[in-house]
Design a protein around this ligand. Structure first.
Ligand code: JDE
Length: 234
């Protein structure tokens, strides 16, 4: 899979050199290219924003600059890419969304700042036959200073679903969010030592009775989901 990320703060994406995503890149499983939007600004001050039509607070990113950047990325692509725009006004980015995106050949993530990007950018690329589509996605109900942190979230969630990125032991197939047993949240976890600061481990986990352990874990997961995420409780 190829992912291009366009941002005025390309260094913000440097965590993608590390850990799971960094290793997937080294293994050739994911080709991530980060681009500086400002290189596509044409004036002396490299302006990327202007005041909003209709008035209101803040600034809006220029369609002209985004168009130049996205056209340049498309010119180097080998297939029609999906344009992904992180925004608080987008559709929810959840585990099913990550699964869908993980099946795409090429994603281009446009990281906006200020109040957002001139809406004609999404409109234009949605209608373009050189792009597979445009999707505006929100990673949560809060407002970030820019799309970069959301892009990091999306790339990590998608990368670990690409075959070969996770080892067998950590396979994505048993992620709690992939299950359909009505307990989307994972229950509590324990490892050595058996007593830590006078706190023990639930006896059932030391019993060796795999049937009882599985039932206990399911019950814990259901209870935690009911308590913390009633919105996910069927
Ligand atoms: C992504 N959940 C939240 C923020 C924005 C007021 C201030 C800022 C592309 O347009 C954007 C993008 C972002 C950054 O992304 C997020 C986000 N998932 O905040 C604004 C909107 N209104 C606009």
């Amino acid at each position: 899979m190829r992912v291009d990320i366009v941002s005025i703060f390309p260094e913000y994406l440097s965590p993608l050199d590390l850990s799971l995503v960094g290793k997937a890149r080294e293994a050739g499983l994911i080709d991530i290219r980060v681009h500086d939007l400002r290189e596509f600004a044409t004036d002396r001050h490299r302006t990327v924003d202007d005041t909003p039509y209709g008035g209101g607070p803040g600034m809006v990113m220029l369609a002209e600059v985004w168009g130049a950047a996205l056209d340049a990325v498309r010119a180097t692509a080998e297939s029609d890419p999906w344009l992904v725009i992180p925004t608080p006004s987008g559709y929810r980015f959840d585990q099913p969304t990550a699964t869908t995106l993980a099946q795409r050949e090429h994603l281009v993530i446009a990281c906006g700042r200020y109040e957002g990007i001139d809406s004609r950018v999404a409109e234009y690329y949605a209608a373009s036959d050189e792009w597979a589509g445009v999707v505006e996605l929100s990673v949560g109900d809060y407002v970030l200073a820019g799309g970069e942190a959301a892009a990091l979230v999306m790339v990590e969630a998608v990368a670990r679903l690409i075959p070969g990125v996770l080892g067998n032991a950590e396979s994505a197939a048993d992620d709690s969010f992939s299950k359909s047993d009505g307990a989307p949240l994972e229950g509590p976890l324990f490892t050595k030592p058996p007593v830590w600061r006078e706190l023990g481990v639930p006896d059932v986990l030391l019993s060796g009775d795999h049937g009882r352990i599985a039932r206990w874990r399911e019950e814990q997961a259901v209870e935690r989901t009911r308590e913390r995420r009633p919105d996910l409780t069927p």
